[in-house]
Design a binder for this molecule. Structure first.
Ligand SMILES: C[S@@+](CC[C@H](N)C(=O)[O-])C[C@H]1O[C@@H](n2cnc3c(N)ncnc32)[C@H](O)[C@@H]1O
Length: 375
């Protein structure tokens, strides 16, 4: 099967883990770049990344990179590509344009130029032309302009891959699923779960960290519940290949369904507990992830298994949205107290966008990571 070049994008700071993940899928020529991680592989590999990546936002099939100085250069570069191989003349498209230059001063103008060039390619061939659909296009074209170079591709993911399809209501401040997965990856949760360690989130909100942790421990593909991927309306799509990749993922999730892993969550707010429980049910993970309404101050280490150890992971409230400054400092201080009192031989990972609140925990961090904070 022919190998092609792809670009996977992720939240800032996550690229290094995304590169490791792509290598684990069998991607070749994996290179971390400012705009994402480029790799080569077959179409089946690209489908696998769309279905299995816990860290990517998008997977883009690269069609070409061009040095461009003017709008005419952009027009020529884009009309030169074989769009008839990608978009049906009766189909629809949308262009995501990013970047700017002397000639292209805003993304909307850039998107318009690229769209005009694509549809002219059909007109020149005397064919009818695809229409524009900004909501649910058959094909999403991406065009990025940086340092005088235009890269053009087909977005195989469609909506961002962090939208797994299991969370309908995230509550006040949910984490993006791929940020949660990156935190678990950085804290070595996949290896810990294989060693039989437990996972606890004492401030679980809608349960994102726990659910991503469960999907990892159970080797379940995160995209299995998504209704749609970007490649489904693309002319190059190979439904037989895709169904084979999907069937393999279903088979793997059936095989690992009985994995014994201890995952628990707590939250002081009963409505958060209800939201998390709904998400757990939607994923059918009731026997793996257990949630109760409990305040951090009442948290004790699990005692029902001998020598159980594990990872405490949490994303406490921060900033103006979720509490005033002095009560937040007090809360972070009590996180340090609970860890020292109950979880001395566990590892802990705390996700916060506020470094000074992090310091209020009062414990020394082994590692610190900076990522794009997004909810
Ligand atoms: C930023 S949210 C967590 C969001 C979660 N990671 C998600 O993706 O949905 C913080 C959570 O901490 C909970 N919380 C705040 N103070 C708490 C306390 N003292 N004990 C337990 N939970 C607490 C809040 O109810 C809220 O659900």
């Amino acid at each position: 099967m022919m190998k092609q070049q792809y670009l996977a994008t992720s939240p800032a700071g996550v690229g290094v883990y995304l590169a490791q993940e792509l290598l684990s899928f069998g991607a070749e020529e994996v290179v971390e770049r400012p705009v994402g991680v480029s790799f080569t592989g077959t179409l089946a590999l690209a489908y696998r990344v769309c279905l299995w990546s816990r860290l990517a936002n998008r997977v883009i099939l690269q069609l070409g990179a061009f040095d461009v100085r003017s709008t005419d250069d952009i027009y020529e570069a884009v009309t030169g590509l074989d769009w008839g191989a990608h978009i049906r003349e009766s189909g629809s498209l949308m262009v995501d344009f990013s970047g700017r230059s002397e000639a292209i001063r805003n993304a909307q103008f850039g998107a318009q130029k690229v769209k005009d060039a694509i549809v002219d390619r059909y007109r020149q061939a005397g064919r009818s032309r695809p229409s524009v659909d900004l909501r649910e296009p058959d094909v999403r074209v991406t065009a990025k302009l940086a340092k005088g170079q235009l890269t053009v591709g087909i977005d195989l993911s469609g909506d961002s891959l962090h939208q797994r399809g299991y969370r309908l209501d995230g509550g006040l401040a949910p984490l993006k699923e791929n940020i949660a997965a990156a935190a678990l990856w950085a804290a070595d949760w996949p290896a810990r779960s294989r060693r039989g360690e437990a996972l606890i989130d004492p401030m679980c909100g809608s349960g994102t960290l726990l659910l991503e942790g469960a999907l990892m421990a159970l080797n379940r593909a995160p995209g299995l519940m998504r209704q749609r991927f970007g490649f489904q309306g693309w002319l190059g799509h190979d439904e037989t290949q895709w169904q084979a990749v999907r069937a393999d993922a279903l088979e793997q999730s059936t095989q690992s369904a009985s994995t014994d892993v201890e995952i628990r969550g707590y939250d002081a707010d009963i409505s958060a507990v209800r939201r998390a429980t709904d998400n757990i049910v939607r994923l059918g993970l009731e026997s793996t992830v257990r949630i109760r309404c409990k305040s951090l101050s009442a948290l004790t280490r699990p005692t029902h298994r001998d020598l159980v150890t594990g990872l405490l992971v949490m994303n406490p409230p921060w900033g103006e949205r979720m509490g005033d400054a002095s009560s937040l400092r007090h809360l972070y201080h009590s996180i340090g107290e609970v860890i020292s009192r109950e979880f001395t031989d566990w590892s802990a990972a705390v996700l916060t966008s506020d470094v000074s609140l992090g310091k209020a925990i009062g414990l020394r961090a082994h590692k610190r990571y900076v990522s794009e904070w997004a909810t």
